[in-house]
Design a protein around this ligand. Structure first.
Ligand SMILES: N[C@](CCCC[B-](O)(O)O)(CCN1CCCCC1)C(=O)O
Ligand SMILES: [Mn+2]
Ligand SMILES: [Mn+2]
Length: 305
């Protein structure tokens, strides 16, 4: 595996400080060394620098649109470059609004993508449906062809081109979906494995069905967008929007092991690690090491040795 790492120390898709510390915390936990130790070629491209945006007043129900739009435009260019260098891209967040730039940059290099979104949340609110106005709850809405009629013009968002079809998306781990999001998921017929399906089918069957579903048509490169809050808060408490009843550590790792063996993983986001949301050092290190282990599972680390 050839891995290109990008840090995106960005927090303005949501209101809580600290999530911008994620990239350097994950690096400090030894991600590069550990990936190299398991036989990966690794290039760390460093952190994307983001411009300061003044007077970033909300527009309708969208908070800090100018900062989020600008940051994602820069991230998109960085991800595109990593893909053009031939690596599988690992984007370390930062909040989940960064999936806008990550998926845009990936699609610029790879055209047709399938997206596996592992998260407690669907992150598919439109500006008109969002209950909070926080863009980390909206990224998918800006990316999906079928939702473009619902997206108003926003400053610094005009560069975004919808690049994902509803039929090429699979969600895993959902357990806190807003009513309007649920309506959108149903309307678009998007494939969802909520925690109910994880309980009913077991994670092995969920992953088998996920791969059958995304490979049923032509095989597309996979963009895995992993929100650390998909895991149960007993494993990853240091995050902005924890929700009880999440994936076990083992289920979380099984997902990455299974995606790795498809041989189609082309980009990974690991987002929403926020040290300021951990009450103890142990809570922070548990969250960070889970993030590192999940990324290692994406690149061939097997529990069997
Ligand atoms: N759906 C929420 C949460 C988004 C989480 C973003 B992620 O996944 O990147 O962490 C709102 C959640 N909901 C609001 C009403 C009260 C219950 C929680 C939103 O703000 O849109
Ligand atoms: Mn989430
Ligand atoms: Mn998310």
């Amino acid at each position: 595996h050839s891995v290109g790492i990008i840090g995106a120390p960005f927090s303005k898709g949501q209101p809580r400080d600290g999530v911008e510390k994620g990239p350097d915390l994950i690096r400090a936990a030894g991600l590069v060394k550990k990936l190299k130790a398991q036989g990966c070629a690794v290039k760390d491209y460093g952190n994307v620098t983001f411009e300061e945006v003044a007077n970033d007043e909300p527009i309708g129900n969208v908070k800090r649109p100018r900062a989020v739009g600008s940051a994602n435009q820069r991230l998109s260019a960085a991800v595109h470059a990593v893909k053009n260098d031939g690596h599988t891209c690992v984007m370390l967040g930062g909040d989940h609004s960064l999936a806008i730039g990550s998926i845009q940059g990936h699609a610029a290099a790879k055209k047709d993508l399938s997206v596996v979104w592992v998260d407690a949340h669907a992150d598919i609110n439109t500006p008109l449906t969002s209950p909070t106005g926080n863009i980390h709850g909206q990224p998918m809405a800006y990316l999906i062809h079928e939702l473009q009629s619902k997206i108003p013009v926003l400053p610094n968002f005009s560069w975004i081109k919808p690049c994902v079809s509803a039929k090429d998306i699979v969600y895993i781990g959902l357990r806190d979906v807003d009513p309007e999001e649920h309506h959108i998921l149903k309307l678009l017929g998007i494939k969802v494995y909520s925690m109910t399906e994880v309980d009913r089918l077991g994670i092995a069957k969920v992953m088998e069905e996920t791969c059958d579903y995304i490979f049923s048509k032509v095989k597309k490169p996979i963009h895995l967008s992993y929100d650390i809050d998909a895991l149960d808060p007993s494993i990853s408490p240091a995050t902005g929007t924890p929700v009880v009843g999440g994936l076990t550590y083992r289920e979380g790792i099984y997902i990455t092991e299974h995606i790795c063996q498809t041989g189609l993983l082309s980009a990974v986001d690991m987002v929403e690690v926020n040290p300021k949301r951990g009450r103890t050092e142990d809570e922070i290190s548990s969250t960070v090491s889970a993030a590192v282990d999940l990324i290692r599972g994406c690149f061939g680390k097997l529990r069997e040795g």
